[in-house]
Design a protein around this ligand. Structure first.
Ligand code: BES
Ligand code: MN
Ligand code: ZN
Length: 497
């Protein structure tokens, strides 16, 4: 796929197709008015006859419009003009991509990028437009025996912007492209089932990334983790035949002494629940339990592609969570790398058990801040659904930065509190801390409270992506979230937004 920025009238552009917006109640957007004029009122004629009312998401493909250089014109419904905003913009670009995917055009000029979106500039429109198109075109057929050979004919996309915006839009396009590639990597990894995507495979992917971008990459094995005292992480790995791994990625783009941002991703390549076995229904979806890890790798891909002037460390604890003769039992007590002992009351609350040792390991980097990303709790799906990731933090400034990054990227997060009241729910009679609270109440928060016991030495935020990392049902698949949020956070930190 090829993307470009274009400045100039849509009527004279020689593309296979030009896409222009129409607001609800048949009002032509400005670029559409230009085409209409050049075609001697052809478009208004069509609207008058009732073929296109401008409803959001609707499209109408026209051939041989008089007076227009392009072979086709795609009318794209934008919904009500007064309500036209971020979501309507993204939806319109996505509808354009879907309508043209298999419609014969090889290239398209998209004029939607000229439309005003409140509070957002042309750079934003181009970045988001690029992501929307990649999202609409993504498919996973790596493991189909017959590849769906028909590559979409549509392969080149030009966004039109005003002359004064060409520069910033060109930079934004490259950023969007880097983010999209990072998302695609995260999506491929997320969709890959657990018989392919093992901890060893994830480590190989990290090493491949390191080789491509000249990053530092260390992969620790079980013996090395034992030496470090990662008893909590290793307790999760006991039931599996797959050896666990601990991946350390380091990107040095900033000043030698600049403190790094540490990203930690949960890498459970399959979560059966362990001895606290999960019910069978939809258990296949637990192959996505490594999407935190995948998003860290995706963010690294984007970060390294853009060569951001930052120092960033990626930590990925990765293992399967399986039942077995050697598996950890409910009631077992283990010692974490921090020295705190943990009573494992439910082996299905394993994410926090692998994250806590990674969070302790993070201390050695004297981080500026640490952000962990995890498909941690079913409760988060109940609370926020697929619209937002759950955000919890021990530092309000860091939380605000991440919320803003989510807002700008359209990959939103919503903050939940980490009050002392919730900490009191985590009490064990036999160890320093239990891995679950005695009740199901506030499950997303009590999980974060557990992590908070291991993050006292630095600024820390936690993203629960259980509801956002993949879609269930007919459109089942990994979404690539929260790569956009993480990358926007890094872009802003690097002063590039
Ligand atoms: N990976 C799951 C969380 C999850 C569940 C994500 C469903 C998406 C959909 C996690 O390891 C888990 O099993 N959490 C338990 C915690 C409970 C035992 C306190 C849960 O949410 O049920
Ligand atoms: Mn679990
Ligand atoms: Zn899990």
């Amino acid at each position: 796929m090829e993307f470009s920025i274009k400045n100039g009238g849509p009527d004279k552009a020689k593309y296979d197709c030009v896409a222009v917006g129409v607001f609800d109640s048949r009002k032509l957007s400005e670029p559409a008015q230009k085409l209409d004029k050049a075609s001697g009122g052809h478009l208004t004629g069509i609207l008058r006859r009732g073929d296109m009312a401008g409803k959001g998401g609707s499209t109408l493909l026209l051939h041989g419009t008089p007076g227009i250089a392009a072979e086709r014109v795609l009318l794209v419904g934008l919904g009500k003009e007064a309500e036209f905003g971020e979501k309507a913009y993204r939806d319109a670009v996505a509808a354009t991509a879907r309508a043209l995917k298999d419609a014969g055009s090889r290239d398209v000029l998209i004029t939607l990028s000229e439309l005003a979106v409140a509070g957002r500039n042309a750079a934003w429109r181009v970045r988001q437009g690029n992501l929307a198109i990649h999202d609409a075109f993504f498919r996973s057929d790596q493991l189909k025996s017959k590849k769906d050979g028909s590559k979409p004919a549509l392969d080149a996309f030009a966004f039109s912007v005003a002359g004064k915006d060409v520069r910033s839009a060109t930079v934004a396009l490259a950023q969007g492209e880097a983010i999209a590639q990072g998302m695609n990597l995260a999506r491929e990894l997320g969709n890959l089932p657990a018989n392919f995507c093992t901890p060893t495979y994830l480590a190989q992917q990290a090493q491949k990334l390191a080789k491509t971008f000249k990053l530092k990459c260390q992969v620790l094995d079980r013996a090395q983790m034992e030496t470090l005292g990662m008893g909590s992480l290793l307790s999760v790995a006991r039931g599996s035949h797959q050896p666990p791994r601990f991946i350390v990625l380091q990107y040095h783009g900033g000043k030698a002494k600049a403190k790094p941002i540490v990203l930690v991703g949960k890498g459970i390549t399959f979560d059966t629940g362990g001895i606290s076995l999960k019910p069978g229904a939809e258990m296949d979806e637990m192959k996505y339990d490594m999407c935190g890890a995948a998003s860290v790798l995706g963010a690294f891909h984007a970060l390294a592609t853009m060569k951001l002037p930052l120092n960033v460390v990626g930590l990925i604890p990765t293992t399967e969570n399986m039942p077995g003769g050697a598996a950890t039992r409910p009631g077992d007590i283990v010692t974490s790398m921090s020295g705190q002992t943990i009573e494992i009351l439910n082996t299905d609350a394993e994410g926090r058990l692998i994250l806590c040792d990674a969070l302790t390991y993070a201390e050695r980097f004297e981080p500026d801040c640490v952000v962990d990303v995890a498909t941690l709790t079913g409760a988060c799906v109940i609370a926020l659904g697929a619209a937002a990731s759950g955000l919890m933090a021990n530092h309000d400034g860091l939380a605000a930065e991440l919320l803003e990054a989510g807002q700008v990227s359209g990959d939103r997060a919503w903050q939940l509190p980490l009050w002392e009241d919730y900490q009191e729910m985590l009490k064990s009679n036999f160890a320093d801390i239990p891995n679950i609270s005695g009740s199901r109440a506030a499950g997303t928060i009590t999980a974060a409270c557990f992590l908070a016991r291991f993050t006292k030495k630095y600024r820390w935020a936690h993203l629960d992506i259980a509801g956002t990392a993949w879609r269930s049902g007919k459109e089942k698949g990994s979404t690539g979230r929260p790569v956009p949020l993480l990358t926007h956070f890094l872009l802003k930190r690097a002063g590039k937004l």
